[in-house]
Design a protein around this ligand. Structure first.
Ligand code: DC
Length: 230
């Protein structure tokens, strides 16, 4: 496989929360032995750092400077689970809370925060290749990606998946409240002026509502086979 003229191959997987893109991106990256960028984790890290410093989430300059100086590190524990570090602290569990996701969605609407994270995201593009998961991977961060996938699922299905995930962790939340949160977050992510959640013009759309995770992964891997890597 040769690389695209612009550089190292990138597969962009974008979509709303709960579409399954995180799991799919991880499986595709593992199958291809590519690096993985979980860009949502970067926005969540900024949200967490904002909380820790008790900063005002509407103070764009300050949040952008927190983003620009983010001391983040990703690693894998001995069981293969992803670990995320903020400075010297392992914060993977906190990063995945609904509260952190909602704050991430708010600060992600600030244009200066998005541009502060741009180079950090691009720096994940390393040989032999990258699978990048997010909202604007195919439109803004890697517009020259070799394959762009836009993964969707109905809001109802996404709320059900999230409900099951939280229930499995022993966290009790109402399905109705989760549906409302998902719809609010979709609206905010889609309506913001910079890097909105929308498919790139050349993205392939994939609705995962009635598919298993493995079926979605195989579809993406089939598409990877069709690409002319030049
Ligand atoms: O994928 P996630 O749920 O971990 O993302 C958390 C929030 O970060 C999400 O509500 C929107 C924002 N985000 C973004 O604006 N752009 C990205 N590329 C990734 C995430």
């Amino acid at each position: 496989m040769s690389t695209k003229a612009a550089g190292i191959p990138v597969i962009a997987i974008d979509g709303p929360s709960g579409s399954g893109k995180g799991t799919i991106a991880r499986q595709v990256a593992t199958a291809l032995a590519f690096h993985l960028l979980d860009s949502g984790a970067l926005y969540r890290l900024v949200a967490l750092a904002t909380n820790r410093r008790e900063a005002d989430p509407a103070d764009e300059e300050n949040i952008a400077s927190i983003a620009a100086s983010l001391d983040a590190r990703f690693s894998t524990d001995e069981y293969g689970s992803e670990q995320v570090w903020l400075s010297a602290e392992e914060i993977s569990a906190e990063l995945r809370t609904e509260e952190c996701g909602l704050l991430a969605s708010r600060i992600a609407a600030l244009p200066k925060v998005r541009s502060a994270l741009l180079n950090l995201q691009k720096s994940f593009r390393q040989v032999p290749g990258l699978v990048a998961d997010g909202r604007d991977m195919g439109t803004t961060v890697f517009p020259d990606a070799n394959l762009k996938v836009f993964l969707t699922a109905s809001a109802e299905e996404r709320a059900k998946r999230r409900h099951k995930q939280l229930n499995d962790k022993g966290i009790d939340v109402s399905l109705a409240a989760l549906s409302r949160d998902i719809e609010d977050r979709d609206r905010r992510d889609s309506e913001r002026s910079v890097g909105p959640l929308k498919p790139a013009e050349d993205a392939r759309l994939l609705d995962s509502s009635n598919l298993t995770i493995d079926e979605v992964t195989l579809t993406v891997l089939d598409w990877v086979q069709e690409i002319e890597w030049q």
